[in-house]
Design a binder for this molecule. Structure first.
Ligand code: ADP
Ligand code: MN
Length: 284
């Protein structure tokens, strides 16, 4: 869940200063010492304590008293920082409703120059969070969820930038920290569509996969869940795990993408398509 949305407007400048100090501090500490926050923000002890208690209540920061009083940024706080930057630079002016929740992200509708989608990457929330509580697993200052989520967003944005407009992907609009802002697609996930002409749609998808491949890219997580159908047009989404066609396993990865799609069309529409022909059509 994104807790940032309801608090972003009420965030006071001291609270923002503390979040930024924590973000920097987490390059060195798993739990940033209170003293470090005070030094970095130059705020009084009572001010820091008061602001931290609010940030904790809002789910933006966590506290750990052992063996010293330490504080850590959590996704809610990172969301808030990203939204603050995106709204300051005009990419987003308002946050709308939740429109998608996947394995490793939450996606919201938002307002920019027009309607947009903002995807908050959530890599390793649970597993890393528990690892973080258990100090034995943590090198000091190593913050895997924050780094992995940011890298994931940067990687997705790079794919969209490479592929748009040669391939039908959402127009990339902006990127900050662990977020990607892109065009909002008013579509339905392929899995939930009832296609009138499945044959044509399958051909369009294979043609899309071929264009992606020509651009030197393989999606690597392609399935009926990562294609949106908007006015009969297929839009490929969810790109953070893409690989280059020069990847040592490229042949296996592209074949798996194609097989996912073909087996969906067999299952749902009894439409058969020779797998080798499809691979040939994409990579040939
Ligand atoms: P995940 O890795 O979590 O599966 P996705 O990129 O597939 O992330 O996004 C999750 C869901 O959010 C999608 O299934 C879709 O419903 C919605 N979504 C993602 N991007 C957009 C977009 N640009 N426009 C509209 N809906 C989107
Ligand atoms: Mn997905």
């Amino acid at each position: 869940m994104v807790v940032a949305a309801e608090h972003i407007r009420t965030l006071n400048k001291y609270e923002k200063t503390i979040l930024l100090a924590l973000e920097r501090g987490m390059k060195r500490y798993a739990w940033v010492p209170l003293e470090q926050i005070r030094t970095a923000t130059k705020l009084s002890e009572s001010e820091v304590n008061y602001r931290l208690s609010r940030l904790i209540a809002w789910g933006m920061v966590r506290f750990n008293p052992v063996p010293y009083d330490g504080y850590a940024l959590v996704f809610g706080g990172y969301d808030t920082l990203a939204l603050a930057t995106l709204s300051r630079n005009g990419t987003i002016t308002a946050l709308g409703p939740l429109i998608g929740e996947g394995k490793e992200s939450v996606v919201y509708e938002a307002l920019g120059l027009g309607p947009v989608a903002i995807k908050f990457h959530r890599i390793g929330g649970r597993s890393f969070a528990s690892a973080r509580l258990n100090r034995e697993y943590m090198e000091e200052g190593h913050c895997p969820w924050l780094i992995a989520s940011r890298k994931s967003a940067e990687r997705e944005f790079l794919a969209l930038t490479k592929l748009h407009p040669h391939v039908s992907v959402p127009l990339p609009i902006g990127q900050n920290r662990h977020t990607v802002v892109m065009a909002l697609i008013h579509g339905t996930i392929l899995n939930r569509c009832r296609l009138e002409c499945p044959r044509e749609v399958l051909d369009e998808i294979l043609d899309g996969v071929r264009r992606v491949y020509r651009a030197g890219v393989i999606h690597a997580d392609l399935s009926e869940y990562n294609i949106l159908v908007e006015d009969g047009r297929c839009v490929f989404i969810d790109w953070p795990q893409w690989v280059e066609t020069t990847h040592p396993n490229a042949a296996v990865i592209v074949a798996r993408d194609i097989d996912n799609i073909l087996s969906f069309f067999v299952r749902k529409y009894q439409l058969t398509y020779d797998s080798r022909d499809a691979i040939q059509c994409v990579t040939g």
